[in-house]
Design a protein around this ligand. Structure first.
Ligand code: S3P
Length: 451
């Protein structure tokens, strides 16, 4: 089935009820397999996300000589290379994944061979200059296309020297790229992030026995992370918890539907990822969390009870923590009473698609009044929504956010181009009818497939 011919159809929701555990975290799955491949020894990974994005990282490592036993879709046994990869015979396919391309580039900058990183049309239009600049400062030979250094990236790896680098943009992918290169560089590398971004790389470095030194920035808002070049990672089994960003779709739907009651288990609750919970609480949501594990990553159970939400303003330092949830926060804004304003979120324009433009366009199709800003949008919530036919633009989170909005609209909603959902949440369409009951024909009203 080609990407453009898959559709998902939903109707208005009657009730949301039950318990769900979403597939493994995308960010952690990339990092777990990458760190295990670079480590000395054998690491078992459970809960791995078999989404297209993480499979790109896994296949890239296999293509560079790392032996990975696929025990099941979600369980891998990775035989570490001790950091010595083999030259790939073909270009490395990163598909739709910015994380795969940016993190792997950090590693390849230091490997003594030439490589080429390629991606799909969306990834090939995303800015890579942000990684090219610091890697070149470290001594890497890396080249993209044009001023923005877009993919394909050509890398001629070699010896690197540690740098002190302040991130010009709040990006965990950029931070992780530099820290990975720093592991193989001479001397110490420090990355200063003025605003805290997701800290999975730091946590997994510690888990694989190379704890970075972390201190707060003088204003207390950001962090300085230091790694020592030549540090050796050691194998350590890892369980990937459920992806909070995938759960976000159900959390938002349940929080905004009066009477809904939903429990999410085995959920990744890393504090640099769960900003959606503060956003929804401020909107009036009723949430209750219990932490069940806090070894490498916080994991827990979340109970959500639905009620009518009210609009709020989201901006500044809050943005990095909710960066992947902003499309579904816009949906919450459309369903809530009053105005929801999202600002300081320019980064959304360079995600898998321009998510500000895509969400503003799609929300309007449902009858929502939206003002688009250069760095966000204002959503006027509370008016009746009508089912719509919208397009995901090949972006998984736009597709799923629109499916959630369709639950609150009268009539049928059809989302076109939904194969992209498999990049982060391959079982989204199976999970939907498990917890959602529809008006008009119950579960049978859920259709997906060719149209
Ligand atoms: C990710 C970081 C974020 C996020 C992406 C995954 C990661 O991107 O949007 O889905 O795994 O590090 P940026 O770091 O570029 O903001």
């Amino acid at each position: 089935m080609s990407r453009s011919t898959t559709t998902l159809s939903v109707r208005q929701v009657r009730h949301i009820h039950g318990e769900i555990s979403v597939p493994g975290d995308k960010s952690l799955s990339h990092r777990a397999v990458l760190f295990a491949a670079l480590a000395e020894g054998t690491t078992s990974i459970t809960g791995f996300l078999p989404g297209e994005d993480c499979l790109c990282t896994m296949r890239a490592l296999q293509a560079m000589g790392c032996m990975i036993e696929v025990i099941s879709e979600t369980e891998l046994r990775v035989h570490g290379t001790g950091g010595k990869l083999q030259p790939p015979l073909e270009p490395i396919e990163c598909g739709n994944s910015g994380t795969a391309m940016r993190l792997i580039a950090g590693v390849l900058a230091a490997q003594p061979f030439k490589s080429r990183l390629i991606g799909d049309a969306s990834l090939s239009s995303r800015p890579m200059k942000r990684i090219v600049d610091p890697l070149r400062q470290m001594g890497a030979r890396i080249e993209g296309r044009g001023d923005k250094h877009t993919a394909p990236l050509e890398i001629e790896g070699g010896p690197l020297t540690g740098i002190d680098y302040t991130l010009p943009v709040a990006s965990a992918q950029l931070k992780s790229c530099i820290l990975l290169a720093g592991l193989f560089a001479q001397g110490t590398t420090s990355v200063t992030e003025p605003t805290a971004t997701r800290d999975h790389t730091e946590r997994l470095l510690a888990h694989f026995h190379v704890p970075p030194v972390i201190s707060p920035t003088p204003d207390g808002k950001g962090r300085i992370i230091r790694v020592r070049g030549g540090s050796r990672l050691h194998a350590h089994d890892f369980h990937v918890p459920g992806d909070f960003s995938s759960a976000a779709f159900w959390i938002t739907a349940a929080a905004a539907l009066p009477g809904a009651s939903l429990t999410l288990t085995n959920l990744g609750m890393n504090k640099t990822r769960t900003g959606l919970l503060s956003v929804l609480s401020k909107m009036g949501a009723h949430l209750h969390e219990t932490i069940t594990d806090s070894a490498a990553e916080q994991v827990g159970i979340l109970h959500v009870n639905g009620r009518k939400l009210r609009g709020i303003r989201i901006e500044g330092e809050m943005i990095a923590n909710v960066i992947d949830e902003l499309p579904v926060i816009a949906v919450a804004g459309a369903v809530a009473e009053g105005k929801t304003e999202i600002r300081d979120a320019r980064e959304l324009r360079v995600k898998e698609t321009d998510r500000i433009e895509a969400m503003a366009h799609n929300l309007r199709a449902f009858g929502v009044e939206v003002e688009e800003h250069e760095d966000g949008m204002t959503v006027h919530g509370g008016s009746p929504l009508k089912g719509a036919r919208v397009n995901s633009r090949g972006d998984h989170r736009i597709a799923m956010a629109c499916a959630i909005l369709g639950l609150f609209a009268r009539g049928e909603t059809v989302i076109e181009d939904t194969a992209c959902i498999a990049t982060s949440y391959p079982t989204f369409q199976d999970d939907l009818p498990r917890i959602v009951q529809f008006y008009e024909g119950g579960l049978a009203s859920l259709l997906s497939g060719r149209r």
